[in-house]
Design a protein. Structure first.
Length: 286
């Protein structure tokens, strides 16, 4: 049997975690003297209220090798192979912790770690593909790992932030950039590629207008994407913004499935409120 494990930064809903039988190993979020685990039960809105009241943002941390060993124990006992999906190693040490756990359990030959080189639903896309392959029962864990490695460069993960304050506090952008963006009312598009984040188009205007322009700017890419699914993720936006994103995607009449997710604790702690994203897989070039 092949088991799928992942850290909590993929932001899959409880329904999808259950549907694809994913074991989640949560990262940690520290707010002052209180440390909690990330996961679907985490309340980002309460975190935002705390951040506003304390004029700071939470600290985040990977799980320990000990946490991973505890999570791995059932797979080891059953003698199952494991595929683990983690956030980019440029952003967290979850992949490294999982590898250490497998080595400590003398189980490395059965554990295949996927450094997604992305985050959030970019990881989710890879997880679902792997889960579908595993269910077909035609491939070994090693073969699935190799196929997933081919898909990683095809992940298209971008998001638009309402404020750079959270990225600045988390060390992901400079104070000058954050201040300038705030003063000019800029809502930058953040591009995640090769495990790192960079700034793309700088939008201005109401969130609904920005959301429409953001999707229209990706129209060519979207119409050349893997048709199976597209994710629309947000960290707390109005229904009107979600309606705009949905309308723009639906008007393409292209994707078989639109999946809506709410960013979890780790992603929300770094991107801040008002963030939205459209995430998909590109088609491989012939």
């Amino acid at each position: 049997m092949i088991r799928i494990y992942a850290d909590s930064t993929n932001d899959l809903s409880c329904e999808l975690i259950e549907k694809y039988n994913i074991t989640i190993v949560p990262l940690y979020i520290r707010m002052g003297d209180r440390t909690v685990r990330d996961g679907p039960e985490f309340d980002p809105e309460a975190m935002y209220a705390w951040a506003s009241a304390h004029k700071t943002t939470p600290q985040t941390a990977s799980f320990s090798p000990g946490d991973a060993q505890e999570a791995l124990a059932p797979a080891v006992e059953a003698g199952d192979d494991v595929l683990f999906f983690g956030i980019s190693t440029d952003l967290s040490s979850s992949c490294a912790s999982f590898k250490v756990a497998a080595a400590n359990l003398d189980y490395s030959d059965h554990v295949f770690v996927v450094d997604s080189r992305t985050l959030c639903n970019g990881i989710a896309l890879l997880i679902i593909k792997a889960a579908e392959m595993a269910r077909e029962g035609k491939m070994t864990a090693a073969e699935i790992w190799l196929e997933i490695e081919k898909l990683i460069p095809l992940v298209r993960c971008t998001f638009v932030v309402d404020t750079l304050t959270y990225l600045y506090r988390g060390g992901r952008c400079s104070a000058v950039s954050a201040i300038a963006a705030s003063a000019l009312g800029i809502k930058p598009k953040i591009i995640v590629s090769g495990g790192k984040m960079s700034v793309g188009t700088k939008y201005r205007g109401k969130a609904e207008i920005v959301a429409r322009k953001y999707v229209k700017d990706m129209r060519h890419e979207l119409l050349r994407a893997d048709k199976e699914r597209v994710f629309i993720c947000n960290s707390g936006v109005s229904q009107s913004v979600l309606d705009v994103l949905t309308q723009e995607i639906q008007e393409l009449k292209y994707f078989n499935e639109i999946i809506y997710t709410r960013a979890g604790g780790i992603i929300s702690s770094h991107c801040g409120p008002g963030t939205f994203a459209v995430i998909f897989l590109a088609q491989p070039e012939n």
